[in-house]
Write a protein that binds this ligand. Structure first.
Ligand code: SF4
Length: 68
């Protein structure tokens, strides 16, 4: 599973970082999403990523089935 984040769409709401703090952080400068490249992988991480995508209010996050 591969996570993509569109920082142009991100409004810095922070739901992703709250939902899956091992996968997402926020920029210190403007609060936009930062993907954590060394975050966990596997079924639990995939479920957390899906939940974060559902909670993102701006639709900035997408998942693909391509391996990361
Ligand atoms: S939840 Fe969405 S809008 Fe909020 S910081 Fe994460 S990617 Fe950006």
């Amino acid at each position: 599973m591969r996570i993509q984040a569109d920082t142009e769409r991100c409004v810095g709401a922070g739901m992703c970082a709250l939902t899956a703090p091992d996968l997402f952080d926020q920029s210190d400068e403007d609060g936009t999403v930062v993907l954590l490249p060394d975050g966990p992988r596997g079924p639990d991480a995939d479920a957390a990523a899906r939940e974060a995508v559902e909670r993102c209010p701006s639709g900035a996050l997408t998942l693909t089935d391509r391996p990361s």
